[in-house]
Ligand binder design. Sequence first.
Ligand SMILES: Nc1ncnc2c1ncn2[C@@H]1O[C@H](COP(=O)(O)OP(=O)(O)OP(=O)(O)O)[C@@H](O)[C@H]1O
Length: 337
Amino acid sequence: MNAVVEVRDAHVVHRARGGGVFRRDRVYALTGADLTVGAGETVGVVGESGCGKSTLARVLVGVQRPVAGSVAFRGRDLWTMPAAERRTLVGAGVGMVFQDPSTALNRRLTVRRILRDPLDVHQRGTRAEREDRVRELMSLVGLPRALADALPGQLSGGQRQRVAIARALALDPVLVVADEPTSALDVSVRAQILNLLLDLKERLGLALVFVSHDIQTVRRMSDRVITMYLGRIVEESPAGRVTDAARHPYTRALFSATPGLLDPIDPIPLSGPVPSATRPPSGCPFRTRCWKADGVCAGAMPDFSAASRPGHRYRCHHPVQEDESSRDPADPVRQEP
Ligand SMILES: Nc1ncnc2c1ncn2[C@@H]1O[C@H](COP(=O)(O)OP(=O)(O)OP(=O)(O)O)[C@@H](O)[C@H]1O
């Protein structure tokens, strides 16, 4: 695989929010993350709220420095190069699309200025060429030219997200990272924005990392699905088979709870809350909610095992069998953190 970005054993630890200067709690937002995104592929990232999806996205685009581990963009280690070089390399090579275009766009700038800004900052072409590029970008994302002088507040939510996507594409990136790009939009325009992203990805040969709570959408959009739980990547599987071939109990449970599957599977209810990211359980972090967990799971987080299909791997001591359709009826054995 021709790698665009490679994250190796990345850890991100935050100081817990609130609690004043004497509070020393640490939030383990990302632990030992390994991920390679290849040229032209779409990688979906799923997991419950707070599991570290956005943190992983921020690490991928070089705005969050891991406390340990490495991030290489097109083969170059981002955190050993000077900051200015990193900003130029990532600024031109990666586009980022955020959840809420109302806050991601400067309210005082016209569409034209918003789209010209990255071209000005990176000094791309002459002024006339930049204006041409702005028109080209607007047409690429299906925005009428008449909107060039509009302010974000004069646009609909869908149009604003089109502007945000056009801005992300301004410098011809090789990778676009979209973090919940449709969750702030009306249901009626979500499909249009998703189709636009897929269409652009195909036309421009982009790699796309797609972070979403919407598991069905991730499955439809992606070549590969990454499942995260409490700061860890627990499974990586080809998207087409994720509902029936996933081996990690958490991936199975997550997808089983998704309405609207073509082939519905028996729902696997997860009991109990997600443990705190300030005090993750020892061993496998999912063990406190897992019906398969035993003492082994409390001891250590297993390394990745390769499943039978290429591109499919998981970290679990007691993986679900591929033909195991539902939760084991035996009483769940849950371990205390
Ligand atoms: N700047 C920060 N300071 C302290 N804790 C943080 C910070 N950013 C994230 N966290 C914590 O790190 C963990 C991972 O957060 P992250 O936003 O990556 O999760 P997420 O899966 O994207 O969540 P959501 O789906 O709700 O957006 C959470 O426990 C979150 O509260």
